[in-house]
Write a protein that binds this ligand. Structure first.
Ligand code: PEP
Ligand code: MN
Length: 339
């Protein structure tokens, strides 16, 4: 951490700041220039609030250099993390993994037909909500365990792994036999009790960025899961809330290279929730691959206009197949491949 003192701050004020830093566990290196003094503080791993320093008399600016997330930070594993799934599928390797399927599991016919379509087009993981976080309590809330059973059956039939959203702690043991990846939705990114429980699970967790979350907050949430012992965390950009109302959310493509710089964890892009409009999903998926995404999460429905949730952002099977062909051309341009 760097503490820059105000021009003209006298020795008494400088000593006060040094004493505070030492009390916080830092070793202090002092550099006195012609006009101002700069203090370099190194060595404290303790969590602290930099505002305590900013408010001390004579302090001009305080800059944190090391990140508050240790396990999720890039320096913990500079080479990057590869999350291993079943069937030899990995996320974070050379191959970009596509996870696709409907927003929610509605009927046997719907999930089997959607699964067949996404498998045929090259997806490796089937998505589908069994527990749905809906803005309105009157909207469809998901079929729960029945939906999980259907997902698993469809996954086995079409050789697809399964990802589904976990909304609360009590659902974890129920979901484990059915899913390969537990998804934490945007609304639960800072449900710290849920994250702590997921830390004890031996299954990968896909953690979505909250609708108004900073990168630091996303990585601190990942840190909760890792600090408890589960290092298999996959991050996901799904659009954030901005002043723009045309799209459902603003898809932040820059999150992909930024997270890759800040963290070693694999990064997924969800252009379906990121835009909320079917016609914008393919361009954003293409851009995400070009920007370096390790995986994509895309809503595809066998009959989107009849979907019980998120039909407007769900691709028709033919659109998804076309998109996969396009992605197969883009991926090699950035040194990647796609299934
Ligand atoms: C979903 O993937 O269906 C979902 C609800 O996503 P999010 O948490 O990003 O809104
Ligand atoms: Mn959805």
């Amino acid at each position: 951490m760097i503490v820059a003192m105000q021009e003209g701050a006298d020795e008494g004020l400088i000593q006060q700041v040094i004493e505070q830093l030492v009390k916080m566990g830092f070793e202090v290196h002092r550099s006195t220039g012609a006009r101002m003094t700069v203090l370099g503080a190194v060595g404290s791993g303790i969590d602290f609030d930099i505002r305590i320093l900013e408010l001390l008399p004579g302090v001009q600016e305080v800059h944190r250099i090391s990140s508050p997330y240790k396990l999720a930070g890039r320096s913990f594993r500079p080479e990057g993390t590869i999350v291993k799934l079943a069937n030899g599928i990995v996320i974070g390797g050379n191959e970009i993994v596509v996870m696709a399927g409907p927003c929610s599991v509605e009927t046997r016919e719907q999930i089997f037909s959607s699964a067949e379509a996404v498998a045929k087009a090259g997806a490796k993981v089937l998505r589908g909500g069994a527990f749905k976080p809906r803005s309105s309590p009157y909207s469809f809330q998901g079929h729960g365990e029945d939906a999980l059973k259907l997902l698993r059956e469809a996954g086995e039939k079409f050789k697809l792994l399964i990802i589904s959203e976990v909304m609360e702690i009590s659902q974890i043991p129920l979901m484990l036999p059915y899913v390969d990846i537990l998804q934490v939705g945007a609304r639960n990114m800072q449900n710290f009790n849920l994250l702590r429980e997921l830390a004890k699970v031996r299954k990968p967790v896909l953690l979505k960025r909250g609708i108004a979350a900073t990168f630091e907050e996303l990585l601190l949430s990942a840190e909760y899961i890792m600090a408890g012992g589960n290092y298999d965390v996959i991050l996901c950009e799904r659009g954030i809330r901005t002043f723009e109302t045309y799209t459902r959310n603003t898809m932040d493509i820059s999150a992909i290279p930024i997270i890759h710089k800040l963290s070693h964890l694999p990064m997924t892009a969800d252009p379906s929730h990121g835009t909320g409009r079917r016609d914008k999903v393919a361009p954003m998926a293409r851009a995400s691959v070009a920007a370096g995404a390790d995986a994509l999460l895309i809503e595809v429905h066998n009959d989107p206009n009849k979907a019980w949730s998120d039909g407007a952002q769900s691709l028709f099977p033919e659109q998804f197949a076309k998109l996969m062909d396009e992605l197969r051309m883009i991926a090699p341009a950035v040194g990647r491949s796609i299934g």
